[in-house]
Design a protein around this ligand. Structure first.
Ligand code: FAD
Ligand code: EPU
Length: 346
């Protein structure tokens, strides 16, 4: 375990806001994590585990200890049917995707260029271009922070849903993810159902071609956090009853909508925001991204309040035009605990 001297959180989250923690430490093993939770000097401090801070909005300075999860290690086992990966929670997600594709273990290519750590991937069940973490996840290893007890959760036990899992609910704050197991079948089936990927011939396409196409699409639409601070899609796509969709389609026949397996329908929040003419809308230094209305960016030295006011303005605009309440996907962190937009907007 290493304690950092500089307490700025600027290098450890992607929104580029000027925030600090009371203490920042690096955990390289599960035991490091447990020892922080058991350390007397940290006992009364709020604690927050962070991967790469790419799904995080700090609403003020964090009045406690931020623990950067850097548990490393990639192990590959081969069976007749599958490649079985056991990956340390602190490994970089995109590097894992490129490494596996390059080494002839396809299956993660649709999830290329998603920022963050492998250990964060099950938390919101990361997804893009027709694939979610749940499709490749074999198990998730955790450590119970107050007891040090190790657990292995099966995919079913993780209760994966759209941008959701047990780690946002029952296990939030009590368990840290230490490793993720993935199963990549040797008989690879390309997933090219998403619009721009449908150009490929499923009988000849390679995983490397899909990986490249996904990177190209993402680079055209999504801002690079190194250039423009952001946390990806700021809001979730709303999942609504089909009668709501029918009502809206009567007024907006071009509205994208995606039937779900449970009879509900998913709407495109980016389209809803775009229809409110909000692309490029700016409050202080925070702005609705010009290429993808679902992303709010730190355009120019944004203050925390700029981001909060812009987020609320987007929510209010969509509610007024479509009657749909957007819910933020980005995790909001107050000084001592997680919070949400409605509680912090001033
Ligand atoms: P962090 O932001 O550091 O943490 C997220 C949450 O998980 C926090 O609550 C944190 O406390 C908790 N946490 C982190 N590590 C652990 C651990 N080991 N144990 C327990 N709790 C932990 N997401 C998608 O699903 N699909 C996309 O296509 C996508 N595109 C994106 C594009 C951009 C440009 C950006 C900036 C973000 C995008 N995201 C996307 C969101 C983000 O990349 C994912 O949510 C990612 O998994 C977050 O990883 P992280 O390590 O940065 O997590
Ligand atoms: N659209 C617009 N205007 C916009 C943005 C989108 O009209 O400004 C329309 C698009 O034309 C398309 C639809 O909305 O018809 C959906 O857009 P897109 O395919 O770009 O995807 P998204 O729904 O905006 C979701 C995920 C992304 C993921 C992509 C690709 C959520 C909240 N977001 O975005 O995930 O990369 O699909 O699968 O589910 C993230 O979670 O941070 C993230 C970036």
């Amino acid at each position: 375990m290493k304690v950092l001297q500089d307490r700025s959180l600027a290098p450890f989250h992607t929104f580029g806001l000027d925030v600090k923690a009371r203490e920042i430490v690096i955990a390289e093993t599960a035991q490091d994590l447990v020892s922080i939770w058991q350390d007397e000097s940290y006992r009364d401090m709020p604690k927050l585990i962070l991967g790469q801070g790419s799904n995080m909005l700090f609403c003020e300075d964090f009045a406690g200890v931020v623990v950067l999860n850097r548990i490393a290690g990639i192990e590959v086992e081969e069976t007749a049917e599958d490649f079985l990966l056991h990956v340390g929670a602190g490994e970089d997600w995109h590097q894992l995707v490129t490494k596996t594709v390059e080494e002839g273990m396809p299956g993660l290519e649709n999830l290329a260029l998603i920022p963050g750590c492998v250990g964060s991937s099950p938390i919101q069940n990361i997804g893009a271009y027709g694939v979610e973490l749940k499709d490749v996840c074999a198990y998730v290893d955790t450590v119970e922070l107050t007891t040090g007890k190790a657990h292995r959760l099966s995919t079913q036990e993780c209760q994966f849903g759209y941008r959701d899992s047990i780690f946002k609910h029952e296990l939030k704050n009590s368990h840290a993810i230490t490793a993720v197991g993935m199963r990549l079948p040797k008989v690879w089936k390309p997933v090219i159902s998403y619009g721009p990927l449908a150009q490929f011939d499923p009988t000849t396409v390679t995983a490397a071609e899909i990986l490249q196409a996904v990177c190209d699409i993402r680079q055209a639409k999504l801002p690079d956090p190194k250039v423009l601070g952001n946390a990806g899609s700021f809001f979730k796509n709303p999942v609504v009853e089909s009668h709501v969709v029918e009502h809206l389609l009567a007024h907006y026949p071009a509205m994208p909508h995606y039937p779900q397996s449970n009879g509900m329908e998913k709407l495109a929040a980016g389209w809803l925001i775009d229809q409110c003419q909000l692309k490029g809308h700016q409050i202080g230094g925070a702005r609705v991204h010009d290429q993808q209305a679902l992303v709010l960016v730190n355009y120019h030295h944004a203050q925390i309040d700029d981001v909060l006011h812009l987020a609320q303005f987007v929510v209010d605009s969509v509610k007024e035009k479509f009657g749909i309440e957007l819910e933020h996907e980005v995790r909001f962190m107050a000084g001592a605990k997680e919070t949400k937009l409605a509680e912090v907007v001033r």
